[in-house]
Design a protein around this ligand. Sequence first.
Ligand code: ZN
Length: 119
Amino acid sequence: MTDEDAIMVLQRIESMYNTIRKNDTRFEAVEIAKEALCERIEQNKGCKYCNDGLHAMEVKPCANGITTEVDIGKLSKEDHFGILLCSEKNPDEPCGYVDFNYCPVCGKKVSDSKNGEQK
Ligand SMILES: [Zn+2]
């Protein structure tokens, strides 16, 4: 069952209980479930960083003045979602990376595995 299907079922339940007062706990539970599903649908749409490709992110320099170049996303569909770090001295050569299971910008789940490992 998709989230959209679940919302439709909850709306039918609501219409069957249309005689329930608005402050009834069952009515509130249905409303909370619908809101949670709507939030999850929105979150699963993702953002420009997690939907495709690799995107540069702005990095704010620390007090020591050292800056790095940071790209977020995937190089290919088979690649892990994550952040690629490049040093200031050689911005075209990645010097490290961090894999994520969830997009750090919008929260969309981007991997089903633990520690960014692919299945
Ligand atoms: Zn995102």
